[in-house]
Design a protein around this ligand. Structure first.
Ligand code: CDP
Ligand code: CDP
Length: 229
């Protein structure tokens, strides 16, 4: 079957979405898009332009006014996929705990979501895409042929993310990472505009006890079962 499809991978923070989405895309020759990187890039822009107030709240009006001057793109080079903010590679800058601590309130602003969802749909218009995020199967591509909803226990997710940040040389505590993971889950699930939820037609995966390889195999099997029908 040579018809390309759209693959939507949603789920909780640090649940392994991007790891398996990226791997599947590579294996089947699809384009991979990390929609969370786009919300993180908008957040980085807001932090740099004083749009996040000292108390951590977002000046939503200023941010919405700035949207036309926020250009987000992806570039593929030898280091993999790089997130670009107005022409600058910000792949490392967007992964800090500081950005993680501000991103969910930014992502709850309806105009921010509308703007990014429009870009995401544009990226998927020729299909052959794997996109991960929170609302890909519910809002961005409700007709996606394959949908997965990913979860693991908060402790397991925080542990994995803590290891990842520590390996990069960031000094963070496990407790701070766990608090961030739980806080983002809460904001993402309870926001008015396209909250995090499992699409009715998504296949749920709890990978708490799965290795990366096991998870990758599970996803490839699902893809094969859907595309060979
Ligand atoms: O990788 P991690 O799960 O930590 O987060 P991410 O996928 O980089 O997403 C960062 C934040 O962006 C999430 O906590 C959400 O607030 C927001 N997001 C969203 O609202 N919708 C998406 N499709 C993707 C991310
Ligand atoms: O994209 P998302 O935030 O859902 O998660 P991720 O960035 O793919 O995974 C978070 C961290 O957990 C990464 O460092 C992965 O290597 C790790 N991980 C793991 O150790 N075992 C798994 N089964 C899945 C992810």
């Amino acid at each position: 079957n040579s018809d390309k499809i759209i693959i939507a991978i949603d789920g909780y923070s640090s649940s392994g979405k991007s790891t398996m989405a990226r791997k599947l895309a590579k294996t089947i020759g699809y384009r991979y898009i990390d929609s969370g990187a786009m919300y993180r890039a908008v957040t980085l822009y807001a932090m740099r332009h004083g749009i996040i107030r000292p108390d951590g709240s977002v000046d939503a009006e200023s941010l919405v006014d700035s949207l036309p001057s926020i250009n987000i793109d992806f570039r593929v080079d030898d280091n993999g996929q790089q997130t670009m903010l107005n022409g600058e590679i910000v792949e490392n800058e967007i992964r800090t705990l500081e950005v993680s601590n501000h991103v969910s309130p930014v992502a709850a602003i309806p105009a921010v979501r509308h703007s990014l969802v429009r870009m995401q749909r544009e990226m998927g218009h020729t299909k052959g895409i794997v996109m991960d995020g929170r609302d890909i199967g519910t809002v961005v591509f409700p007709d996606a042929e394959m949908k997965v909803f990913c979860n693991a226990t908060p402790e397991r997710r925080a542990e994995r993310r803590f290891k990842e940040l520590t390996a990069k040389g960031t000094s963070v505590t496990y407790e701070d990472v766990l608090a961030n993971v739980m806080e983002r889950d809460h904001i993402d699930m309870t926001r008015e505009e396209s909250p995090l939820r499992c699409a009715e037609d998504a296949v749920a995966l709890d990978n708490s006890a799965m290795s990366i390889d096991e998870q990758n195999d599970w996803l490839l099997n699902l893809y094969n079962s859907i595309t060979t029908k």
